[in-house]
Design a protein around this ligand. Structure first.
Ligand code: ATP
Ligand code: MG
Length: 346
């Protein structure tokens, strides 16, 4: 297990990133957030992490745990509050003693006891039904738990970190979430921006970092990730946020390995029509734009991708042509035996 000292703002590759336990953050919003994580990790205040799906809520929860001076040695118990069957809440959270009910053949510590000395991570807290919220609140106030079938309360000492993609404050105002529980949990609040809300540099940095990690893991040399690909990724919209961006990077890595290079046609098509994913260009083209794209592509091909000749044929400047090529992701596939700029492996 890593030591807590590792939870520092450290320079990583690429040099301008800030890295906290594998979390890549280049945008100002994320750098500020990570500074807060570092600042508040070594305390016991309850914390609430808000953010859309795939933005990194669990990663931040784990970073808070790892950054604690003593708890990092203890357990990190992750509980998905949306997946606890109603009748099992007590036995799962509080545990039970042997013989407490049919099927209780041994003593069993619940999540609250399991987290003793460490961190209890309540994921999807917004999914916890109201009647279960009351029971949880009681434990958080008393910090003791009594197993089913026992009369002896046990002291529990854990740091509570919760996460949700729901607007708990609004839910509380509308009666869907207990206000007292909300305020007990939301002592420190970390709000993770969606990828689109972050500066575009984060998409590039995460994409490139994942490609590098994959190359390292699979033992091949990556070379330079072409600028046109990073530009195109930057313009994509990722409904599933970082998780979806990672999926894209994995597909790109597989494709590049299979084709032995940065195949612009294939990769561009992948960015526009990813198999079975929600990724789509930030803007979808109008019929007029589609027609313009087709026309430019036809001219580029006719003129052997020579930009000056193509621009002249289209009656636009070279600069405007380049802007439109970037907009429509129109790039010539590099030849496989081109220099290392177009190659993936060594
Ligand atoms: N800034 C980041 N840099 C690198 N990897 C990240 C970053 N943020 C998240 N990840 C990775 O993205 C994936 C999703 O992150 P995580 O599970 O923490 O998100 P989440 O908000 O809890 O998702 P969900 O809403 O689906 O539960 C994980 O593999 C995580 O390691
Ligand atoms: Mg999660």
């Amino acid at each position: 297990m890593a030591s807590p000292q590792q939870l520092t703002l450290a320079a990583s590759t690429p040099a301008s990133d800030i890295a906290v336990r594998g979390i890549v953050a280049r945008s100002q919003q994320m750098r500020d957030l990570l500074r807060d994580v570092v600042l508040y990790s070594n305390c016991d205040a309850n914390a609430l992490i808000l953010g859309d799906t795939g933005t990194g809520k669990e990663s931040i929860a784990r970073a808070l745990h790892q950054g604690h001076a003593t708890r990092w040695r203890g357990p990190f118990v992750s509980v998905n509050c949306g997946a606890i069957p109603d009748g099992l809440f007590e036995s799962e959270f509080f545990g039970y003693t042997k013989g407490a009910f049919t099927g209780a053949v041994t003593d069993h510590a619940g999540y609250l006891e399991q987290a003793h000395g460490g961190t209890l991570f309540l994921d999807e807290l917004g999914e916890l039904p109201l009647h279960q919220q009351v029971k949880l609140l009681r434990v958080l106030e008393q910090r003791t738990v009594t197993r089913l079938g026992s009369r002896t309360p046990v002291q529990v000492d854990f740091r509570l970190v919760a996460a949700t993609n729901r607007d708990l404050r609004r839910m509380a105002a509308q009666g869907g979430f207990r206000t007292d529980l909300y305020y007990r949990v939301a002592v420190l609040v970390f709000r993770l921006p969606s990828l689109d809300e972050r500066g575009p540099e984060d998409k590039r940095a995460i994409f490139e970092t994942i490609l590098r990690r994959l190359a390292e893991r699979n033992g091949y040399r990556l070379g330079n990730v072409p600028e046109w690909l990073l530009d195109a990724v930057e313009r994509c919209h990722f409904q599933g946020n970082v998780r979806e961006l990672i999926n894209l990077a994995e597909r790109v890595a597989i494709t590049c390995q299979a084709t032995g290079g940065w195949n612009a046609d294939l990769l561009t098509a992948m960015l526009h029509h990813p198999p079975g994913a929600d990724t789509a260009p930030a803007r979808s083209w109008s019929a007029r734009e589609e027609a313009e794209r087709d026309r430019i592509l036809a001219h580029l091909e006719n003129h052997g991708w020579r930009r000056q000749v193509t621009a002249t044929a289209l009656g636009i400047s070279r600069k405007v042509l380049w802007e439109k090529m970037r907009k429509y992701c129109l790039f010539e596939a590099p030849s496989l035996d081109a220099g290392n700029g177009g190659r993936l492996g060594s």
